[in-house]
Structures are given as C-alpha cells and as structure tokens.
Design a protein around this ligand. Sequence first.
Ligand SMILES: Cc1cc2nc3c(=O)[nH]c(=O)nc-3n(C[C@H](O)[C@H](O)[C@H](O)COP(=O)(O)OP(=O)(O)OC[C@H]3O[C@@H](n4cnc5c(N)ncnc54)[C@H](O)[C@@H]3O)c2cc1C
Length: 305
Amino acid sequence: MIDQSSYKGKFTSDAPLGEQSWFRCGGAADLLFEPKDVDDLAIFLKEYPKNEPLVTLGGMANCIIRDGGIRGCVISLGKGFAEIEVQGTKIMAGAGALNGSVASAAAKAGIGGLEFLSGIPGTIGGALSMNAGAYGTEVKDVLISAMALDGGGYFTPFSVSEMDMRYRYCGVPTGTIFVGAIFEGVQEDKDTVRARLKEIKSKRQTTQPISEQTGGSTFANPSATELKQAGLPEGMRAWQLVEKVGGRDLQIGGARMSDKHLNFMINTGDATAADLENLGDDLIKRVKSDLGLTLHWEIKRLGDR
Ligand SMILES: Cc1cc2nc3c(=O)[nH]c(=O)nc-3n(C[C@H](O)[C@H](O)[C@H](O)COP(=O)(O)OP(=O)(O)OC[C@H]3O[C@@H](n4cnc5c(N)ncnc54)[C@H](O)[C@@H]3O)c2cc1C
C-alpha cells in the first residue's frame, strides 16, 4: 500500500484517538498520519487508495469516536499547519492552528471581530468544516477564503461565497481537506479587543461545562420552520427541548447532560462512546415522540460501534 518511509510526517498504527478526544473515550484509528507539511499531505493523498476510508480530524472537540474505532486512515494536521500570520487587518492561519491562538493573535495586533473564536475549542480546520460560531458571529462572517486539497491531493482554493456555509455546515465537496484560511477583521484598540476576550472567557466559565469531558453542543438548535411545523414556540433552543423531555435526569452508563448547559453531553468518568451515542439517540426519540420535532446531532459520530 503506502510506503510510510518515504514521508516526512509520522504514521501511528492503532492510534488511541478516542482517549485523546474531548470526551476521553472511544476506540482507536487503524492508522493515523500526521503530515509534516502541505507537500507531504498532497503526495499522500495522491498515493492513498481511493477506495480506502479516510477522515481528517482537528482537535476532536466536536466528535465521538465510536468504541469499535475508525477504519482506514485518520489525517491530523499538527505543527506544520499551525502558523499564524498577520497582514494589516487580515490573518492567515493554518488549519492546524488553534482557534484560541488565532483569536489571541488578532487581539495582539488590534484586530477586532475574531474574539468569538476564543470560546470555541479546536482547530481552524474544524471551525471551517463546522462553520463554528458563538455570541452572534460565525466563521463565515470573518472568512475571506480557505485553502484546501481535494481527495486527489490537488490544491483547491475556495472563496467564502463558494463554500455554501450555513448554520454549523460547510458545503465544500466531500473529501476536501482544509489546510489554511484567510480571515479579515477590523482595526480596533487593542485593549478593547482584549476586554472582549476576557468577557467571553468569563461568560463561558459560567455557562458551559468547559472543564468537563464534553463535545460542545450535542444537537443543532432547531430552525424556525422546524419549530413552526411542530407547533412549538418561536426561538426554542435545543437545551429547552432536552429539558422538556426529562433530559436533566437521564443517565446512560457514564453519560448524562450537563446541569450547567443541557445541550452539552458529558462523560462523567466511565462512559463509553456507546453510552454517549445511546443517550443522544434516546433524547432524539423522546423529543420526536413527545414534541413532534426531529432533533439533529451537531456532534459527529465516527467509526464503528
Ligand atoms: C467545551 C466546548 C465548547 C464548545 N463551544 C462551541 C461553540 O460555542 N460554538 C461552536 O460552533 N462549537 C463549539 N464547540 C464544538 C467545537 O469546538 C467546534 O465544532 C470546533 O470547530 C471543532 O473543531 P475541531 O478541530 O475539534 O474539529 P473535530 O472535532 O476534530 O472535527 C469536526 C469536523 O470537522 C472536520 N475537520 C476537522 N479538521 C478538518 C480539516 N482540516 N479539513 C476538513 N475537515 C476537517 C472533521 O472531519 C469533522 O467532521 C464546543 C466544544 C466544546 C468541547
């Protein structure tokens, strides 16, 4: 298959990704590849058999790695993809850069508008793929363009208008691997930007279980149309639906919803990935049968049960 010795990056067989995910549970990947740089990744993509499964992961802050593990190969973009460069009000960031580091670099340069990223765990690659957002701003609002490789290893840049970004969704072709992005903010006083970062930090500490083993919002908030069709009040959020169907008192194995935020699922210590997924599926069933609305997973579930 692949001649691993011809690459600059690192290969790991049976890589224990589940325990490195934010949920700290789940299985291993058959093979993990951490390319050294874009060229290394491009060569790998050209050589990797097209019929073998391949998935790219960032900080694993939005996924459950199922207990049976992930078949094929997982690509993880590390140091070689973590550079951040500021030019005027623009910020160029590699897909492996942490959202928090990009927000800090922006603040340091007196660029406003990217503070929301500081509250979103994970990498720029994950943020692009999820159109991550918080406090009224989403990635698409500050994104100019993204650099990517297609499944065949060919460089494919996208302007934001070509990416069909919507609520927690990015419409680039399947198999696209983001390697970097260009964002633009506005010139502002450094202290004002820093004060907003501080505000976000303290808001998050009081409203989200950030020190728990969690994966962010479990379910996407329902759209206005979905709520209307189910005859539910306008503006209802996923956590309110979870509360209405008894989600506060529900526990499956070591999995339950956080008391701090009922749309955040947590591993209380000994949860398996199956416990987490079964809890989510049970809540989806309850909301459907009791309230007539279909909740959709926001968390990605990857691998074999
Ligand atoms: C405590 C906590 C709070 C959170 N709060 C928020 C919030 O306020 N707002 C919000 O939007 N999210 C939030 N999240 C969820 C999560 O932080 C975001 O979804 C984040 O963007 C995930 O990034 P990641 O690098 O961890 O991606 P991963 O979880 O590793 O992957 C997520 C998806 O992105 C894809 N992906 C990752 N990297 C790439 C790449 N380079 N190219 C192509 N696809 C890629 C993966 O295949 C997968 O489908 C929170 C999570 C936690 C744990």
